[in-house]
Design a protein around this ligand. Structure first.
Ligand SMILES: [Zn+2]
Length: 416
C-alpha cells in the first residue's frame, strides 16, 4: 500500500546540493533575491529537473513556476505543494528551497510509482516570497489577493521593479490576472524549516503548525519636558527617556510572565533633542507584538496598552499612539493538522503543535483553501543567514511527511 511509500533520499540530496550551488556565497549560504540572475537560474533549473522526470511544467502570469502531475480527470481539483526559491540577501540554503525541492520529490515519487488520484498534484515555486518588492507577491497573485495599488511602488522602487518584470516577461497587469478560482484548489501543503529554536530544544522531529502569528505594531511617542542636564533636579524631571526605558522593560516582564509563546519587540528608539547635556523631551519608539490566535493577540494588545498608561502616570509624560501594521493571525486547517499528526505516528516521528512566528506562503493560501504547514528543526534556531542549517535526516523526515500527507489529501485510488 502507499503508506509504505518513501521519497528517494539520494536524489533529493543530490538536487539539494545542486540547487544550493546556484547563487552560492563563499560563506556557505545563497544569495538569490527575487528576479536576480541567480534566482532566474534556480527557477530554470527547477523546471528542467521537473521536465527530466517527465512532469509537465508551467509558468503562470505572475511568474510562479510549477511542476504538474495531472490525474487525467477533466476539471479535477489540485493539491498544491510549494514554497519559494528566492532568498533574502545573503540567506541560507534551506529557507524556501527545501520546500520546493520536497514538493518536486513528492511528485517524482508518485509518478515513478504510477499512483493515480482524483486530484492533480502541483509543486509550485512562488514569486518573491521574501519581499524584495512585495512579500508573497506570487501567492497573493495566485489567490486573487492583490490590487493595482499594491504594485504601485514609490518612485525610487518603480524603475527597478519594472526592470525586474521586463527581464522575466511579466507586467503588473499580467500579475494581477494570475488569480485562480478557489474552487480549483483542494488544498495547500508547505514544508519549511522552523527558523526558530523550539523543535530542537524540545527534541521533536516535526512541527505541526496550527497558525501563523498575527502582528500588531504601533509607533509610541512619550513627550516630557526638556531641561538642562546639570541644573534641573532629578525629582522634578519629566524625562521621556525614563518613560521609554521603563516601558521597554515592562514589555519584557509582561511577555515573560503572562504570554508564553508570544513575542513583543521594541526595535526602534529615538530620543529628542538627542544631546548629551539635555534631558530628553521626546522618546519615539516602535512596539511590535505577535500572537498565534486572535483572542491572545487582543488580550496582549490591551495589556501592553494599559502598561503605557501606567508609564505615563509614573513619569508624568504625555503619550501619542499611532497604529502601524495590523496582520491578523491565520489558522491552518485543523483537518490537515490531524492528517499530519497521523502521518507522524505512522512514520514513528515525534511531533509538536506550534505557531509560526514567521510569515509563509501558507498563510496566503489559507485564505482560500485548506492549508497545512510542516516544520522541521533548525539547528540553533538560526535562519536568514548563511549559518542556517538542518540535519539531513530531518529534511528527509519532512519530505516523507509531506509525501504521505499529500497522498492522503489527493484521494489515492488503488495502485495499478
Ligand atoms: Zn521561507
Amino acid at each position: 500500500m502507499w503508506e509504505k511509500l518513501r521519497i528517494n533520499e539520494d536524489r533529493f540530496h543530490r538536487d539539494f546540493e545542486a540547487l544550493a550551488k546556484i547563487g552560492a556565497t563563499s560563506d556557505g549560504g545563497v544569495d538569490r533575491p527575487a528576479f536576480s540572475p541567480a534566482h532566474s537560474k534556480a527557477r530554470q533549473w527547477f523546471l528542467q529537473r521537473a521536465a527530466a522526470a517527465g512532469l509537465k511544467t508551467n509558468v503562470d502570469s505572475a511568474g510562479n513556476h510549477s511542476a504538474l502531475y495531472p490525474c487525467g480527470r477533466p476539471k479535477a481539483q489540485v493539491v498544491l505543494l510549494g514554497s519559494h526559491l528566492d532568498s533574502v540577501p545573503s540567506g541560507g540554503r534551506f529557507d524556501g528551497a527545501l520546500g520546493v525541492l520536497a514538493a518536486l520529490e513528492v511528485l517524482r515519487t508518485v509518478k515513478e510509482n504510477g499512483l493515480r488520484f482524483n486530484t492533480d498534484l502541483e509543486a509550485v515555486d512562488f514569486t518573491d516570497e521574501e519581499g524584495r518588492f512585495l512579500g508573497f507577491l506570487g501567492s497573493r497573485a495566485l489567490t486573487g489577493n492583490l490590487k493595482t495599488e499594491d504594485l504601485s511602488f514609490s518612485t525610487t522602487t518603480k524603475p527597478t521593479f519594472r526592470k525586474a518584470l521586463n527581464s522575466t516577461g511579466l507586467t503588473p497587469e499580467s500579475i494581477l490576472s494570475a488569480a485562480r478560482n478557489k474552487k480549483t484548489l483542494s488544498g495547500y501543503l508547505e514544508l519549511h524549516i522552523e527558523q526558530g529554536p523550539v523543535l530542537e530544544a524540545q527534541k521533536k522531529d516535526i512541527g505541526i503548525v496550527t497558525g501563523i502569528t498575527g502582528i500588531l505594531s504601533f509607533s509610541l511617542t512619550f513627550t516630557g519636558i526638556a531641561g538642562h542636564a546639570g541644573t534641573f533636579p532629578m525629582e522634578k524631571r519629566k524625562d521621556a527617556g525614563w518613560a521609554a526605558a521603563s516601558f521597554i522593560l515592562a514589555v519584557r516582564r509582561i511577555l515573560l510572565n503572562k504570554f508564553p509563546g508570544c513575542t513583543a519587540t521594541v526595535g526602534k528608539l529615538h530620543l529628542e533633542p538627542g544631546a548629551v547635556n539635555v534631558i530628553p523631551r521626546q522618546a519615539v519608539l516602535s512596539l511590535e507584538f505577535r500572537a498565534g490566535d486572535r483572542t491572545t493577540l487582543e488580550k496582549l494588545e490591551s495589556v501592553l496598552l494599559s502598561a503605557t498608561e501606567k508609564t505615563v502616570r509614573r513619569y508624568g509624560t504625555k503619550l501619542d499612539i499611532v497604529p502601524m501594521e495590523k496582520t491578523p493571525p491565520v489558522p491552518t486547517s485543523s483537518i490537515i493538522q490531524k492528517t499530519i499528526q497521523k502521518t507522524c505516528r505512522c512514520l514513528g516521528l515525534s511531533s509538536l503543535h506550534m505557531t509560526s512566528g514567521a510569515g509563509h506562503d501558507a498563510q496566503i493560501l489559507a485564505r482560500i483553501c485548506p492549508a497545512g504547514l510542516i516544520f522541521i528543526p533548525s539547528i540553533g534556531g538560526i535562519s536568514h543567514s548563511p549559518r542556517e542549517n538542518t540535519r539531513w535526516k530531518d529534511c528527509v523526515n519532512g519530505a516523507n511527511i509531506l509525501l504521505q500527507t499529500a497522498l492522503s489529501l489527493a484521494e489515492t485510488k488503488d495502485i495499478p
